[in-house]
Design a protein around this ligand. Structure first.
Ligand code: HEC
Ligand code: HEC
Length: 178
């Protein structure tokens, strides 16, 4: 009886050490392996909500606050999704954000002239950071798919001549505009 108990105890100790990869001082073998990161495209709504809360919002809040602490001192889900975000099940773009127009349109030119600091901030900080967070593909003017300002902002070009010309989704400023 004693022998069996000792043997089992010995086995247990061996398994414990093997499970930990050595070093009895390490955490018990029951600690779960960190889960493989799931790509945004493969996440369900709960995972997306959680990713938005833990990764997107803190990082983007820091950017917005750095740009204008007074205006964006408390930047949360509503900052991007708007007050109706939860009611709309967080569908994007957010219809309450500033409407954007296609490359070369008068509206776009007016935007650049009137909102230069904000447009710069969007181009240089918001777009690259958000694209990386979502690991979104580059914008492709051919297919009009990939990451652009229109992930967040409504597209005022839809149904307009610019849209018909296939320009509605492009929002690249002519070189030297900024
Ligand atoms: C910096 C802007 C930003 C902030 C802040 C933000 N989101 Fe998002 N969120 C987005 C964008 C852009 C998308 C769309 C991504 C896409 O289409 O691939 C999105 C998508 C989502 C989706 C998935 C919707 C769908 O139909 O798949 C959920 C859920 C969500 N957000 C919840 C939240 C919650 C909850 C918060 C706050 C904790 C939050 N978001 C904060 C920009 C933001
Ligand atoms: C990740 C989401 C997101 C993306 C992508 C994005 N924006 Fe924004 N944009 C915002 C948010 C949030 C605000 C702040 C709205 C506010 O102050 O209430 C904003 C504000 C602006 C404003 C100021 C509007 C105002 O009412 O003062 C302009 C102009 C603008 N964006 C242009 C752009 C352009 C151009 C691009 C692409 C180069 C772009 N944005 C990409 C989320 C985004």
């Amino acid at each position: 009886m004693t022998t069996i108990t000792n043997t089992l105890a010995g086995l247990g100790a061996l398994m414990f050490i093997a499970g930990c990869g050595g070093g009895a001082a390490e955490a018990p073998a029951t600690t779960p392996e960190p889960a493989e990161p799931v790509a945004w495209d493969d996440m369900d709504m709960d995972q997306r909500r959680s990713f938005m809360g833990h990764e997107v919002t803190p990082q983007m809040a820091e950017l917005f606050e750095g740009h204008d602490a007074e205006r964006y001192g408390y930047f949360s889900c509503e900052g991007c999704h708007g007050e109706t975000g939860a009611d709309r099940n967080y569908a994007m773009p957010n219809p309450d954000l500033y409407t954007l127009y296609a490359t070369g349109s008068q509206e776009q030119l007016d935007m650049v002239n009137n909102q230069r600091p904000m447009v710069n901030f969007m181009f240089q900080e918001v777009v690259p950071a958000m694209k990386e967070l979502l690991d979104a593909p580059d914008y492709d003017p051919e297919t009009q798919e990939g990451f652009s300002c229109y992930y967040c902002h409504p597209n005022g070009g839809e149904g307009t001549p610019a849209a018909a010309a296939g320009e509605a989704n492009s929002l690249f400023l002519p070189r030297g505009t900024l």
